[in-house]
Write a protein that binds this ligand. Structure first.
Ligand SMILES: NC(=O)C1=CN([C@@H]2O[C@H](COP(=O)(O)OP(=O)(O)OC[C@H]3O[C@@H](n4cnc5c(N)ncnc54)[C@H](OP(=O)(O)O)[C@@H]3O)[C@@H](O)[C@H]2O)C=CC1
Ligand SMILES: O=C1O[C@H](COP(=O)(O)O)[C@@H](O)[C@H](O)[C@H]1O
Length: 463
């Protein structure tokens, strides 16, 4: 890790910055995981005084934690600056001046890390502006997801990025890859022969990646209405998690090997059939302030994904996510086949390995076993392994882990253009010919068609 770093946070007063990035930065400070000397420069189109930005960060930490009093707030706040007036090829606003000031303090060799916590439509212009104003050389640049807003836009953005930056400078973040339980998809599997040996179509009947959310979109209506569930969650988080499940064994778990294995399997994702996709919009969505009254944006998507390779032939990957649903969960379930002999009549979908991704993460193994007693009765029972309870566990929230990886220069949990290109190819049919948008009541499990989509299986959460 460089000892001196100027961290530039574009979109510093936005939703992601307040919920995730600024709290992650403060957690890194508390844990002693930041470079020895650093400055964080917030950027935005408005003019915000340094003092007001510090107050904003303080308020954010009070609301989202860690509370300022839990760490070195006084020392932390004096390293926070704000550069207003936006940043574009035509005008750098006050960013160059503020960075010059930071470099005078830290020394000219301080490393630059840019974090683009802004809507994806703004990535190309900000990238060109980094090049134009001399802020790209030697810098690391973190792009939020989605990287692009359509397959064509992805290709264009990728060209722009590579005209300014070398691929080794680029960190495309997908925070689901930074979750502790997601990392166990490759670690548990490859560390235990029990799972390594059964990780194929012979033993696995189906896979579910289910991320219902009870929250809505009120705080980020503009962003969400221009994005929708397919781009916000499906082609991004759910596909990356599917790739984590489906990857072939990497040569090692070193950064390049792991990244390659995950990205490579996405090429085997069969383009989605719109007849196997359900799109929904919750009742009342169009009444939200900032949402188009005639919006056709999807707030729910369920899809059946097929992976065309020898390991997964015929195994459906059922993916589902939506806003304002009945519950908030993030569950990846590997459903095992039910032996057809010698015990007849066993319940379906009863043997399953689940990775619960939210919070610190949990692994669950649901097994059929003999119920103690005189009769031969088989019952499902669940063994739960909360990851935080492993000896000496120090679970890191995903943004903390991933920002730390950026500072270290470790790209293993970041996405690559070859994988993203394949992901966009797989989702293209749905963007070209979207299925009819079905309404669903708030607090439900989405449109009824999603239930039919799962048949002959059933969604393991909710219904
Ligand atoms: N919010 C979340 O929970 C998550 C968000 N993300 C990703 O993070 C990124 C940002 O999302 P989020 O923070 O929610 O979005 P916001 O709508 O809050 O936008 C963030 C900031 O971007 C700036 N901005 C907005 N529109 C423009 C524009 N047209 N030109 C230049 N700047 C603009 C604004 O700053 P200013 O007005 O100061 O210029 C705004 O505060 C997205 O790519 C999203 O996918 C990823 C994971 C979770
Ligand atoms: O990227 C996003 O992720 C969140 C869910 O993330 P988590 O922190 O709860 O794991 C989702 O709500 C949001 O719409 C999306 O942009």
């Amino acid at each position: 890790m460089a000892t001196k770093t100027v961290f530039v946070l574009f979109g510093a007063t936005g939703d992601l910055a307040k919920r995730m990035v600024l709290p992650a930065f403060y957690t890194l400070a508390i844990e002693g995981l930041l470079p020895a000397d650093w400055v964080l420069v917030g950027n935005g189109r408005g003019d915000v005084a340094h003092e007001d930005f510090r107050k904003h960060v303080h308020d954010v930490l009070v609301e989202f934690g860690p509370h300022p009093d839990k760490g070195p707030w006084r020392e932390f706040e004096r390293r926070l600056l704000f550069a207003g007036g936006g940043f574009s090829t035509d005008s750098p606003g006050s960013l160059l001046d503020v960075i010059d000031g930071a470099r005078r303090k830290l020394g000219p060799k301080a490393e630059l890390v840019h974090y683009l916590a802004v809507p994806p439509q703004t990535f190309p212009e900000l990238t060109r502006a980094l090049g134009r104003h001399g802020l790209a050389e030697g810098a690391r640049v973190v792009y939020e997801k989605p990287f692009g807003t359509s397959p064509r836009d992805f290709r264009s953005l990728n060209r722009t990025v590579h005209s300014v930056l070398d691929e080794s400078q680029v960190y495309r973040i997908d925070h689901f890859l930074g979750k502790e339980a997601t990392q166990n998809l490759h670690v548990l599997r490859f560390a235990n022969e029990l799972f390594a040996a059964m990780w194929n179509r012979e033993h696995i009947e189906s896979v579910q990646i289910d991320v219902p959310e009870d929250l809505g979109v009120d705080d980020r209506a503009g962003f969400y209405d221009a994005t929708g569930a397919v781009l916000d969650m499906l082609v991004t988080h759910l596909f990356q998690v599917a790739a984590e499940v489906a990857m072939e064994p990497p040569a090692s778990l070193a950064a390049g090997d792991l990244q390659s294995a995950r990205e490579r399997v996405i090429r085997s994702f069969r383009p989605l059939d719109p007849a196997e996709v359900v799109l929904g919009q919750f009742d009342g969505y169009r009444d939200i302030e900032g949402i188009d009254r005639r919006s056709k944006t999807d707030t729910f998507v369920a899809a059946k994904l097929w992976i065309d390779n020898a390991r997964w032939k015929g195994v459906p990957f059922l993916l589902r996510t939506g806003k304002r649903m009945a519950a908030s969960e993030q569950r990846v379930t590997i459903v095992l086949r039910t032996p057809d002999r010698p015990l007849p009549g066993l319940p379906a979908q009863a043997n399953a390995l689940t990775f619960a991704l939210s919070g610190d993460g949990q692994i669950e193994l649901r097994l059929l076993a003999k119920k103690p007693g005189t009769e031969l009765r088989v019952e499902p029972a669940t063994i739960k392994l909360p990851l935080a309870e492993l000896p000496d566990a120090e679970p890191l929230p995903p943004y903390v882990r991933l920002i730390h990886d950026v500072l270290l220069g470790d790209r293993s949990l970041f996405t690559r253009p070859d994988g993203l290109s394949a992901a966009w190819r797989a989702v293209q049919p749905v963007l070209d010919t979207p299925p009819r948008l079905a309404k669903y009541p708030q607090g439900s499990w989405g449109p009824p068609a999603a239930k039919k989509l799962a048949a002959p299986y059933r969604w393991l959460s909710g219904q």
